[in-house]
Design a protein around this ligand. Structure first.
Ligand SMILES: O=P(O)(O)OC[C@@]1(O)O[C@H](CO)[C@@H](O)[C@@H]1O
Length: 320
């Protein structure tokens, strides 16, 4: 089973425009949609679409639109009531795939609610294969919440603890490095910010540079780094080697949630015991399929084509 924690979930509203976004103008939406979101929620939606046993943990009252939608969509979840509304995030998409995203900060959690969320995460980790700590932290959550979660889960279960993946950004991502998670899933921008190497544009344009930035994280004790590089594919760096994946060119409809689907692809491949290169291939296939769908829609099995993704070993240090 794959467990995810999303401390700052959202109702993701997507507004599709028929033309370019014009700043300062009144424009009409061609279509709109709303889905329960937040990175860990998207990962569970993507895993369920591939028939993988998964559970999303999140704050949220039973009547909150996010929780209501999760129930309606039959997405397995456990929510912790917080006595107030979750946030709404807005994505505006243009016909060429350009997406403009505005994310709210989220509701303020009390120290007791943060503790309850951490305790729920530890108790639900019993028997899980993976725990994914995902997204930004809401106001009130300490910046090292993910680092504390890694430590608490490992203390509780020792060698039987789930492997732990982190998909976050900024200070919470930097703070978790000290806890040496098993997997990090940064995009190019997050990787550049975390390592101080290059920037989003240079890392996407130069996967070898992205791989060497990711290598610095593995050298610091992170188990593996899956770095998604937008249309340039993805790289995977582990203690066993470095691989680059490149999928066929796609017409992107919405990149929102594509990184989450890439991580879901990696995890489902890891769960079935695939090699690192195959996990990367599945990640790139999932991510590409998600980007070709509107909004935060997740792909189903027949929309995902791992064999169309070419994986190249950049370095191979040890057999595994
Ligand atoms: O504000 P955060 O937590 O960093 O990101 C939240 C978010 O942008 O991430 C998902 C896409 O990855 C969306 O479902 C959601 O709106």
């Amino acid at each position: 089973m794959i467990l995810t924690l999303t401390p700052n979930p959202s109702l993701d509203r997507t507004i599709e425009l028929a033309g370019r976004l014009e700043r300062g103008e009144v424009q009409r939406a061609a279509a709109t949609s709303a889905h329960p979101g937040g990175k860990g929620v998207n990962i569970v939606r993507a895993l369920c679409a591939s028939d993988i046993d998964a559970l999303a943990l999140l704050p949220g009252d039973p009547g909150d639109p996010v929780i209501t939608a999760l129930r309606k969509e039959r997405i397995p979840h456990l929510s912790l009531p917080i006595g107030g509304p979750l946030r709404s995030n807005v994505a505006i998409t243009e016909p060429d795939g350009t997406t403009t995203k505005v994310n709210e900060p989220g509701p303020e959690l009390t120290p007791a609610q943060v503790t309850a969320l951490l305790e729920l995460t530890v108790s639900q980790s019993d028997g899980a294969a993976w725990l994914v700590l995902a997204g930004s932290l809401p106001p009130g959550a300490p910046v090292d919440l993910y680092a504390r979660s890694v430590t608490a889960v490992r203390q509780a279960f020792g060698t039987a603890a789930p492997r732990i993946a982190v998909d976050s950004s900024g200070a919470p991502l930097a703070a978790v490095l000290a806890a040496a998670p098993d997997l990090l899933k940064p995009n190019a921008e997050e990787l550049a910010e975390l390592t101080g190497i290059g920037d989003a544009i240079s890392l996407e344009a130069n996967p070898e540079l992205a791989a060497s930035a990711a290598q610095t994280l593995v050298d610091q004790g992170v188990g593996a780094v899956l770095a998604t590089l937008g249309s340039q594919g993805a790289v995977l760096v582990t203690a066993y080697g470095t691989w680059l994946a490149k999928g066929p060119a796609i017409l992107a409809k919405s990149t929102v949630g594509a990184g989450d689907c890439a991580l879901a692809g990696y995890l489902l491949a890891a769960l079935r015991g695939d090699s690192p290169a195959q996990c990367l291939q599945q990640a790139a296939a999932h991510g590409g399929a998600a980007a070709s769908l509107p909004g935060t829609q997740v792909p189903t099995a027949h929309q995902i084509h791992p064999h169309a993704v070419v994986v190249t070993a950049l370095t191979r240090i040890k057999e595994n």
